[in-house]
Design a protein around this ligand. Sequence first.
Ligand SMILES: Nc1nc2c(ncn2[C@@H]2O[C@H](COP(=O)(O)OP(=O)(O)OP(=O)(O)O)[C@@H](O)[C@H]2O)c(=O)[nH]1
Ligand SMILES: [Mg+2]
Length: 313
Amino acid sequence: MLRNLFRREPTPQEREQIESAVQKTRQGALGHISDLFRQQVITEETWDELEDLLIQADVGPTTAIELVSRARKEVEKEELKTPVEAETAVRRQMVEILGRDEHEPLEEMPAGTIILMVGVNGSGKTTSIAKLASYLEQRGRSVLLAAADTFRAAAIDQLRVWGERVKAPVVAHQQEADPGAVVFDAVKAAQSRGLDLVLVDTAGRLHTKFNLMEELQKIKRVASKANPEAHIVSLLTLDATTGQNAILQAKSFLQSVEVDGIILSKLDGTAKGGVAFSVYNELGVPIWYIGTGEKVQDLAPFDHLAFVNALFE
Ligand SMILES: Nc1nc2c(ncn2[C@@H]2O[C@H](COP(=O)(O)OP(=O)(O)OP(=O)(O)O)[C@@H](O)[C@H]2O)c(=O)[nH]1
Ligand SMILES: [Mg+2]
């Protein structure tokens, strides 16, 4: 059987979250992959159909072609003759293509860690911050939220509301304040109050992309000035419901901002969950968490094997 080599096993609850989040995706094209391998023999056509299904599920042509070619190679090299063996090879290559995920879990990161949440407008940054805050608190870590999306007053209010709900202090300035100044104050406040992690909400929409990227870089500089020892982690939220567009957006972000991990949000709301397979393969950045709903508890660590298995069950 396939095993997780690089991270802890998901809890039963996390497994359930993953299963329910991929429901729409499983009901779509990806759910038909098993049908392909119920045939008597594997033919050229089987592989073509597999590629079609992957592309329909928003896996993206580049990754779809690569997945099929890797699975075919494995089948030929290992002389796997039965359709069941071929399906196992496909599943194994699906797990492989999701990449190695050896990151230290956020809940184990040292006190002083600063998490920058970046991503385009509406991709789920603020909601994901609230979810992460709750996730970390449940695991015994204290957090502080920084309202560095000063572009809209409503964004600051939204973070304050989440802060109250998850019982995390929020550092905010007024609208249009300098996001760097907010982050500086937040990092200092966390230090003086002895809070472990700072979660920074950033703006997704500025007049030009250049401004946005400049701003994110500045936030990072200010964060390390406020605490030179701080471990800074940048997470990019990608909206799964936008399918392959999420990959294009991410590529544009990655040109100017370093990103450690991806939060694939709104996986529950889409049949385009196949996009998950393109993330590491095309961006070189692993998915760390998935968004499984709108509520604060709807976040799960991304488990490659549980994800692939859930697509087939
Ligand atoms: N179903 C579902 N909805 C989500 C998830 N994550 C976020 N949302 C919804 O997506 C919408 C946008 O989320 P926000 O967190 O406000 O996104 P944002 O990136 O902060 O947006 P801006 O501040 O406008 O840049 C909200 O309606 C959220 O409830 C998820 O995992 N599942
Ligand atoms: Mg927001």
